[in-house]
Design a protein around this ligand. Structure first.
Ligand code: PA5
Length: 373
């Protein structure tokens, strides 16, 4: 991968405090994601026996898996992995109950804290469904819990019921966890080559300087009143990857009255809607565009020609940063994931906020608790 930082902006990365800020980032104790654990044989073996996995998670506990399952699946065939727990919509849940009724299904509850309402409630409802068709003993083959090593209700349940479980490491927070069992089990069930993904992720971790250059340009954008970042891609399959980016940057950086608001467009679709705003609306935005260089087919060439045309047309009003990747495969996407982990956390360091907490999210969780007692 490479970045075109200066082609469609007038800014230059400021590398003056790079070493110092990198040290500041590494001084946080939630940087476990900087080491890739390649010991994934248990995950791969477990995945082989699963026909249909229902992931129950929200935020960092599902978004990475959703992004990659979506990216590497055929959009026209039913997926082996479906998602729940990120909505309290009864219609969705009822349809899901109906869908899994006659299927050989495994629930994968994913929650680091074990206390998140949406996850707890969805798990409760779907477990009741499973109890209708499986005995207490059989349930052990149909429930997998991914949670903290020692703390929380879910860990207690693993110990009490003897369910299969995976551990979310202490030093890795939700949105930085998609390369742990949180994301890897669903991805493996969906047929994604997770070893290749992790090998790409190791490469991405080497892009510390590049990630800092990007973080530095972002910060300057902010000081030039460009307070909204539009992540943009030109492949349909990036749709949930851009959602993942919104979560990663939004929760990492948006606190203490600062940060850049992340949004996204999938083009060329959105050129016919938000494209108007980006060209002529309130000049508060810049774009980060993911461009895939491989041009196997004529339509890919046209797609890339559109990217160049759009960035040129927007330039002056909405500046762009282009991230080039050679192709879409597990290796390149793994590399992109850790590059963005570095970029988001380094950006937070530049905004002088803690990259790894989310007090704003906790605030709404505790309001719910007050109302539910
Ligand atoms: O990034 C984060 O920490 C959050 O998005 C969490 O992943 C999300 O709130 C779910 O939390 P938990 O896994 O504790 O249920």
């Amino acid at each position: 991968m490479n970045l075109e930082l200066e082609k469609y902006t007038k800014l230059k990365p400021d590398m003056k405090d790079y070493e110092h800020n990198l040290e500041r980032l590494k001084s946080y104790d939630m940087t476990g994601w900087m080491e890739i654990d390649e010991n994934v044989d248990d995950i791969i073996e477990t995945a082989k026996n699963i026909d249909l996995l229902v992931v129950i998670g929200i935020g960092g506990s599902y978004m990475g898996a959703k992004a990659l399952v979506n990216m590497f699946s055929n959009p026209f065939t039913p997926s082996k992995v479906v998602f729940a727990g990120y909505t309290l919509d009864s219609h969705y849940l009822n349809q899901l109950k109906e869908y899994i009724k006659d299927k050989n299904v495994v629930l994968n509850v994913i929650s680091k804290s074990g206390t998140t309402l949406e996850i707890k409630k969805t798990y409760e409802i779907l477990k009741e469904e499973l109890k209708k068709k499986y005995s207490k003993e059989e349930l052990k083959d149909h429930i997998i819990i991914t949670t903290d090593k020692v703390n929380g209700e879910l860990r207690k349940e693993v110990e009490k019921e003897g369910y299969k479980s995976f551990i979310i490491p202490d030093n890795i927070g939700g949105r930085y966890s998609c390369l742990t069992p949180v994301g890897l089990l669903p991805m493996a069930v969906a047929g994604i080559d997770i070893k290749r993904l992790l090998s790409g992720a190791k490469k991405g971790l080497k892009h510390e300087k590049l990630a800092y250059s990007y973080a530095s340009i972002r910060k300057q954008m902010y000081y030039n009143a460009k307070v909204v970042e539009n992540f943009s891609a030109y492949q349909e399959r990036f749709t949930y990857f851009l959602e993942w980016l919104k979560q990663l940057f939004g929760e990492t950086e948006g606190k203490q009255l600062t940060g850049i608001f992340p949004t996204s467009t999938i083009n060329t679709r959105d050129l016919h809607s938000l494209g108007q705003f980006l060209q002529e609306g309130t000049p508060c935005m810049f774009e980060t565009v993911i461009k895939v260089e491989k041009e196997n087919e004529e339509i890919d060439k046209i797609n890339n020609l559109v990217i160049d045309s759009v960035s040129t047309a927007h330039y002056g009003h909405t500046p762009s940063i282009i991230i080039n990747i050679k192709d879409i495969n597990e290796e390149s996407i793994g590399e992109l994931i850790t590059f963005f982990y570095l970029a988001a956390s380094m950006s937070a360091v530049l905004f002088v906020v803690n990259p790894f907490d989310q007090p704003g999210v906790e605030a709404y969780k505790s309001e719910i608790k007050k109302r539910l007692v």
